[in-house]
Design a protein around this ligand. Structure first.
Ligand code: GLY
Length: 595
């Protein structure tokens, strides 16, 4: 491995759609799309078969669960050859950026949670995108000082933050890798050169987004060759991506943060027609991956650990579970409207705190400890004691040594993103959620990869009635996320590795999966497949076309506003014990592979 730039800078399905078929949601780019994958190897076909049958994949040595069979194969080959979870993650992410380009890639950001079997240490790395130094709280205001519409802001350069994923890949490899760095990028390079089959899901998403993708020549020529959206089954080559990875193989992630590729990124963002952005070469050169303290919450004798600010993921999942720890969900069971009432209202209370308090803690004080402190969650849990939906929900007052004057933030983080769960042969566990934000990000493409629109995860409003919003745009700040890569621990060892895409619904998807596994005794495949009921700010969203619809009337009778809709998660989970069991979301193309 030959890094030409100093490391300190770098530390800087498919299943039958059937009952699970999702419906187009409410016009905010749900990542739905048909099921179907390229033809696979025997192990891929077997994994797909188990998923279709609702059974987990089982193994004893290692396992990877990820959003596309080709990414799973790349990671599995690394693990089978004695590579670590970090190595496999690099290989899988490099392939995901090619075959699932709408969700994650070199132009995006990610959060990584890792448990080390040798030391027992839990580490979280923040590879979140970062606002340019020239950004101001008015970044998403129009000329009258009013917030822009979502897609007005997204499409073009304004929404693009400094990518974090390349630096995160390298930081993880430097710390925990055993395999040679270039070898980890080789499978993606080969696929990019030889071509891969466009999945029905990618084709469906391209078709739906064709008008936006067509706005920029490089993006149009790749996704709409000759003006026609890519068709499922088409063999797609991406020689520019192969060349970018080759440069990374040679020079490390620094190839993205300085030099010709960095200049291209900056020029593309600043010259985006109609909606230019502010990114500079200095912003790229200054990018740093940050190690953060893990955030853990107690639940049923377990510790549920994940990513703290700038993600709201672990805090909000931890709050929901911490409140519910006082209630007997196991006795109620998954078909009980009372159980879902508790889950829905606990979620509303947690989302109220999220809106008030959670943002990048390098810029605004966040009461991290107070928000998951058992006494505080006990007080919040007492609010759930009635038998009806809570009338009104507002932020609580966690213990904190700062006086705070904060307005609530309504940024929602739209559904896109991807997730990778891995356990390696050494027993290390890794959970990484990775994103370019909206499907196809900013729609700007450079050197074979799409650039993120992550800055739209900031609040478009900087203040409400003169009171500042914690998650307002500031120069060099990281937008609040909902990504919740999670490792659940018991007696000092991991028992569940889990995470999902889905914007701010990620929090509900992950909390539900943990409850389904720990309280309702479901194996990981059953737990990820269990129909979703998600409540964020009040509406109870129920997964359309599933048996969860039976809960709509009882929940309505308890006082909730109900909405039936597609809820397109992308959960990937591994339960850890003498046997590893892998579950992949039947709503998407991913699989688990293990040995
Ligand atoms: N952009 C999705 C998230 O960070 O939650």
């Amino acid at each position: 491995m030959r890094y030409r730039i100093c490391l300190t800078l770098l530390l800087l399905v498919l299943v039958p759609a059937g009952a699970w078929t999702q419906q187009a949601a409410d016009g905010v780019e749900p990542e739905t799309g048909g099921a179907g994958t390229p033809d696979g190897s025997a192990r891929v076909l077997e994994a797909q078969g188990r998923k279709a049958d609702g059974r987990p994949v089982q193994a004893r040595d290692w396992m990877i669960a990820v959003a596309h069979p080709l990414a799973a194969e790349a990671g599995a080959d690394v693990l089978a050859a004695g590579g670590t979870a970090a190595d496999a993650m690099v290989a899988a992410q490099a392939v995901l950026g090619l075959v699932e380009p709408q969700s994650s890639g070199l132009g995006g950001g990610a959060f990584l949670v890792r448990w080390d079997a040798a030391t027992g240490e839990m580490t979280t790395l923040d590879g979140r995108e970062t606002a340019p130094l020239a950004a101001t709280p008015r970044l998403f205001h129009d000329s009258r000082g009013q917030p822009l519409g979502f897609f007005e802001a997204v499409v073009g350069g304004r929404s693009v933050g400094v990518p974090g994923t390349p630096a995160l890949l390298q930081a993880a490899h430097v710390r925990w890798g055993r395999a040679e760095w270039p070898a980890l990028l080789a499978p993606a390079i080969r696929l990019a050169e030889e071509g891969f089959r466009v999945s029905p899901r990618l084709a469906a998403l391209v078709e739906r987004d064709a008008a936006r993708l067509a706005r920029f020549p490089e993006t149009r020529d790749y996704f709409l060759p000759g003006g026609t959206p890519l068709a499922a089954g088409h063999t797609l080559r991406n020689p520019e991506y192969a060349e970018t990875l080759r440069r990374m193989a040679e020079d490390g992630a620094g190839a993205i943060y300085s030099g010709a590729i960095a200049r291209d990124i900056v020029a593309t963002v600043r010259n985006a027609p109609g909606n230019p952005g502010l990114l500079s070469e200095t912003d790229l050169a200054l990018y740093a991956v940050k190690e953060r303290a893990p955030v853990c919450a107690a639940y049923r004798g377990h510790r549920v650990c994940g990513m703290g600010p700038p993600s709201s993921g672990a805090l909000t999942v931890g709050q929901i579970l911490g409140m519910l720890d006082r209630y007997d969900l196991s006795g109620m069971g998954p078909d009980s409207a009372l159980a879902w009432r508790l889950l829905g209202d606990a979620s509303r209370l947690a989302f109220a705190d999220r809106a008030r308090y959670m943002a990048d803690s390098d810029f605004v004080p966040v009461p991290v400890k107070g928000l998951v402190e058992p006494d505080y969650l006990g007080r919040r849990a007492r609010l759930l004691q009635g038998t009806q939906a809570l009338d009104a929900v507002s932020a609580g007052k966690p213990a904190f040594d700062h006086a705070l004057n904060r307005a609530d933030n309504a940024a929602m983080e739209r559904p896109s993103t991807s997730h990778i769960s891995i356990v390696d042969t050494y027993g290390n566990a890794l959970s990484m959620t990775t994103t370019i934000e909206n499907a196809f990000g900013s729609r700007l493409m450079v050197r074979g990869f799409l650039l993120n629109n992550e800055l739209t995860d900031f609040s478009f409003r900087s203040h409400r009635d003169g009171v500042p919003v914690a998650n307002r745009v500031e120069p060099g700040k990281r937008p609040r996320s909902s990504m919740a890569p999670t490792i659940v621990m018991r007696d000092g060892a991991p028992v569940l590795v889990v995470g999902s895409p889905g914007g701010s619904r990620i929090i509900g998807y992950v909390a539900k999966t943990i409850i389904a596994h720990l309280d309702w005794g479901m194996d990981v495949q059953q737990a990820v497949a269990l129909p979703h009921l998600v409540n964020r700010f009040g509406t109870f969203d129920i997964e359309a076309g599933t048996r969860a619809e039976d809960l709509a009337a009882p929940l309505e009778a308890l006082g909730f506003d109900i909405r039936l809709r597609g809820l397109n998660s992308g959960l990937h989970a591994i339960s850890v014990g003498p046997v590893l069991r892998g579950g992949a979301d039947p709503r998407r193309e991913g699989i688990a592979l293990g040995k």
